[in-house]
Design a protein around this ligand. Structure first.
Ligand SMILES: CC(C)(COP(=O)(O)OP(=O)(O)OC[C@H]1O[C@@H](n2cnc3c(N)ncnc32)[C@H](O)[C@@H]1OP(=O)(O)O)[C@@H](O)C(=O)NCCC(=O)NCCS
Length: 185
């Protein structure tokens, strides 16, 4: 397991089975909020489900298909961020960001800082050419993360995700490597 320092308050750790208990506890406590926007929440019913997810994420990491990390704020696990679905699509190397944060840790800029670091890793370590971020159009808090970091709004996909039985339209944001300037993010 490796650790990536972001600043004095925040660090990332590669997802690991030892994170399962804390992760499941956060998902349980935030079930109503997360269940509005994340399609896997309903199916996460026990710590074993979280362990199975971690196992899948580590296998995908080994195959260079995703980088999934836990977010720590003042050394406490507060969230998760993943650079997912890493692949060459129509000749362009892309990855898609996904994330969640314990409600207790909201409005401190934690996710903005975590996304900024993952974008840097995506472009410099994984040599991605484009990083996408997709959120339901009503999920303004998530869309704000993309906007605040200078992602470009590329369009809207109708009926693109079903969460808790609700079909939602999705806004698609992206940043290109050629647009990315480390200090400006
Ligand atoms: C999406 C989500 C992570 C956003 O959380 P958040 O706390 O709004 O985002 P950040 O951690 O980037 O914090 C930004 C907020 O902190 C404030 N802030 C405070 N200190 C800050 C700092 N040092 N730097 C930057 N922003 C700071 C910002 O002003 C902003 O608040 P505002 O929206 O009231 O203007 C959270 O709502 C969540 O987990 N939702 C449920 C899961 C989800 O929707 N996942 C995404 C699916 S697409």
């Amino acid at each position: 397991m490796f650790k990536i320092e972001i600043d004095q308050e925040i660090h990332l750790e590669l997802i690991h089975p030892t994170h399962a208990e804390d992760t499941f506890e956060i998902v349980t406590r935030n079930r109503e909020l997360f269940g509005r926007w994340l399609d896997w929440v309903e199916a996460t019913k026990s710590a074993e489900d979280t362990e199975a997810f971690i196992d899948y994420a580590l296998k995908s990491y080994a195959k260079h298909k995703e980088l999934n990390c836990m977010i720590f704020f003042q050394n406490r696990l507060v969230g998760n961020i993943g650079l997912l679905g890493i692949k060459k699509r129509y000749g362009v190397k892309v990855g898609n960001l996904g994330y969640w944060l314990d409600e207790k840790a909201h409005r401190k800029g934690i996710m903005q800082r975590a996304v900024k670091k993952m974008v840097e890793i995506g472009f410099t370590i994984y040599n991605l050419e484009k990083i996408t971020l997709k959120c339901a159009i009503e999920n303004s808090r998530s869309c704000n993360v993309a906007k605040s970091l200078g992602f470009t709004h590329e369009g809207r996909h109708r009926a693109d995700i079903r969460v808790g039985g609700v079909l939602m339209d999705v806004d698609s944001y992206a940043i290109l490597k050629e647009d990315w300037i480390d200090d400006e993010l």
